[in-house]
Design a protein around this ligand. Structure first.
Ligand code: PLP
Length: 382
C-alpha cells in the first residue's frame, strides 16, 4: 500500500482550501461523484415522506421494501437471480465493502488488490489485520488468471475486484469474468466484486454482474450502491449481495457497528431502484455529454486524441502526455494546482504513480475552464 494514500488526498484538499482562501478560483476535476441534481422522482418521494410522523429503527439487514427493490433491480438490470435473504442494505457501497472485508478476512490472511485500485481497498484490508499483495493489470488496466496466479500464495483469501473500474474505466467481458471466476474456484479465493459503477454504460458494452455469472454466489460478494448510478452519494445507500450464510455473518457485524442504514435513505433508495430506467437514462445521457465535451476540448486545446472511457466518470491519463518535464503524478498534480489552478487526483493514490485521474463528473463550465487552463499550462511547460 502506498503510505501516502490518505495523506496525498488530504494534502491536496488542504492545498485547494489554502488557494481558495487566498481568493483563487480552482477548477476541480478531482470530484468522485456525478454533480447533477437529484432526479425529480426522488425529490417527489422526499416530499411525500415529509408527512411521515416518525421513523423507527429499521431491520439491521435493511427494509423489506428496499431488499425486494434490489432483487427486482438485479433481475431487470443485470439478469441476476437473487433472493431477499441474499441482500444486505448498508451505509453506502463503502460500508458493504468494509463489512465483507471484516467478515471474510482474518488476521494474517492476505487480500489481493488489483492495480490501479480504489484507495479504500488496501486500507480496509489493513483494518482487518490482513496483509495485501498487488495484482498487476495489462495495458487496458485489466487483470487475468495469469496475473492473479503470479501474485497468489496460500494466505490469499479475498480479491478486491472492481468492474467497472475506478480510476481506470476498465470493463470486463463475460468471457474474461468467467475465466477469473474459474481461477477463484480453483484457488478458493472469494471475489469482492465492486460494481458500483457497472450500470453507467455509455457505449452499450453490457459488462455482466458476477451475480449473474456465479449463479449460486459461491465465489463472490457483489457490492452495489445508489451513489454513482443514481447520483445519490450523500444519501448513503449501498448493498451487498452474497450467499445467505455470508449475508448473515455480515449482518452480525453491521448490527454492532452502524446498526442500520437510515430508514429515510433506504426508502429513497427503493424508489430509485424501482424507477431505475428513467434515472439511469438521464444520468448516462448527461455524463456521456460531459465525457464527450472533455474529449473534444482535450483534442482542440491539448492536441490529444483520447480513447473515451465507456463507463464511470474518469479519464486516467499518463503523466507524460501532459509534459515531458514531469515523471510522477504528485509533482504534476502540484504543478497543475498551483500554476493552472486545476485540481486532479495523482495516480499514486490508486497505486499508479505514472498517471493522473481527471473527473468529468464536474459541471460542464468547470470542465471547459479546467481544460483551457491545462492547455495554457501545457504551453508554458512544453
Ligand atoms: N467503490 C468504488 C470503486 C468507489 O469509487 C466508491 C466511491 O467513490 C465506492 C465504492 C463507495 O461508494 P459509496 O459508499 O458512496 O456507495
Amino acid at each position: 500500500m502506498s503510505s501516502g494514500v490518505l495523506s496525498d488526498t488530504v494534502r491536496i484538499a488542504q492545498e485547494v482550501q489554502r488557494l481558495r482562501d487566498l481568493g483563487h478560483k480552482i477548477w476541480d476535476l478531482g470530484v468522485g461523484e456525478t454533480l447533477i441534481p437529484l432526479h425529480s422522482s426522488i425529490k417527489q418521494a422526499m416530499l411525500k415522506l415529509s408527512t411521515v410522523d416518525r421513523f423507527n429503527y429499521p431491520p439491521v439487514a435493511g427494509l423489506e421494501a428496499t431488499r425486494i427493490a434490489l432483487v427486482n433491480y438485479m433481475k431487470r438490470r443485470f439478469s441476476a437471480d437473487i433472493t431477499v435473504d441474499q441482500c444486505l442494505v448498508t451505509c453506502g457501497g463503502k460500508h458493504a465493502s468494509y463489512l465483507a472485508s471484516k467478515t471474510f478476512l482474518k488476521p494474517g490472511d492476505r487480500a489481493m488488490i488489483c492495480r490501479p485500485f480504489w484507495p479504500s481497498y488496501p486500507v480496509q484490508a489493513i483494518l482487518c489485520s490482513a496483509s495485501t499483495v498487488m495484482v498487476e493489470s495489462d495495458d487496458n488496466f485489466k487483470i487475468s488468471p495469469q496475473t492473479l496466479e503470479a501474485a497468489y500464495d496460500v494466505s490469499c483469501k479475498l480479491i478486491y475486484f472492481n468492474n467497472a473500474g475506478n480510476p481506470s474505466g476498465s470493463l470486463y467481458t463475460e468471457s474474461e469474468l468467467l475465466e477469473i471466476l474459474d481461477w477463484a474456484n480453483r484457488r478458493n479465493v472469494l471475489i469482492l466484486s465492486d460494481e458500483v459503477y457497472l450500470a453507467i454504460d455509455y457505449d452499450d458494452k453490457q459488462s455482466p454482474s458476477l451475480a449473474k455469472l456465479d449463479t449460486s454466489l459461491t465465489h463472490c460478494v457483489v457490492v452495489q450502491s445508489c451513489s454513482k448510478s443514481f447520483a445519490m452519494t450523500g444519501l448513503r445507500v449501498g448493498f451487498a449481495v452474497a450467499q445467505q450464510s455470508r449475508i448473515e455473518q455480515m449482518i452480525a457485524i453491521q448490527s454492532q457497528t452502524i446498526g442500520n442504514t437510515s430508514t429515510l435513505a433506504q426508502l429513497l433508495g427503493a424508489e430509485a431502484l424501482n424507477n431505475y430506467e428513467l434515472i439511469e437514462r438521464s444520468l448516462t445521457d448527461e455524463m456521456k455529454s460531459r465525457r464527450d465535451l472533455f474529449a473534444s476540448l482535450i483534442d482542440s486545446e491539448l492536441g490529444l486524441d483520447l480513447i473515451k472511457p465507456s463507463t464511470a466518470l474518469y479519464y486516467f491519463l499518463p503523466v507524460e502526455i501532459f509534459s515531458e518535464k514531469f515523471s510522477d503524478s504528485v509533482a504534476l498534480t502540484d504543478s497543475l494546482l498551483n500554476q493552472a489552478k486545476v485540481c486532479v487526483v495523482p495516480g499514486i493514490a490508486f497505486g499508479q504513480n505514472d498517471h493522473i485521474r481527471l473527473s468529468f463528473g464536474a459541471y460542464p463550465e468547470v470542465i471547459e475552464n479546467a481544460v483551457l487552463a491545462i492547455g495554457h499550462w501545457k504551453k508554458l511547460n512544453a
